[in-house]
Design a binder for this molecule. Sequence first.
Ligand code: UDP
Ligand code: MG
Length: 192
Amino acid sequence: MEKDFVEKTLIIFKPDSIKRNLLGEIITRFEKSGLEIKEIKLVYPDREIMEKHYSDDIKWITNLGEKTLDFFKETNQFEQYLASINEMFGTKDPVELGMAIRVLLIEFMLESPLIVSIWEGSFACSKARKIIGNTIPLNALPGTIRGDYSSDSPISLITEGRCIYNLVHASGDAIEAEREINIWFPQMGIKD
Ligand code: UDP
Ligand code: MG
């Protein structure tokens, strides 16, 4: 029987985790979880590979804008934050805001070399997502990487004009993992 539940996932250690010397700590968490490391390399990314990784898929881009807008909706100063966003980016629309966030995200990922890795295990994608925690570190639970090592939030967009720093990327699911592994490790190819 094919072991369909055994998956590979792509984990990227983002520039903030490297600058903050958290690489060892974070890798240890994945190792201790039972996931098995299959590949790891240091990459100086160029714009082309980052544009592929953070693709121009409109659904994903809209989701970026919505995550930020939803965060502000839950504060008691939604209108002020929305006005600031409109002033800075000339829009309140989730799609256009998502596009602006994607630009900032790619700039951030180009700031320094990345450590790119593949991990394997039972339901590896959802396991890794549980280990890293919520996209917004302020909302990520203690015990997760993002929850333990950061309190960043979309407020950084207004105060510093930057994307959320959340230390690590992990594929959202097995389909995303296959796409991403093909980008970063083209010689690997999960399935032929
Ligand atoms: N991001 C951001 N603001 C948002 C949503 C996302 O700056 O409102 C950044 C953040 O660095 C995140 C990345 O964009 O890790 C990719 O977003 P995604 O929704 O795929 O979150 P992830 O899968 O990383 O949790
Ligand atoms: Mg994602």
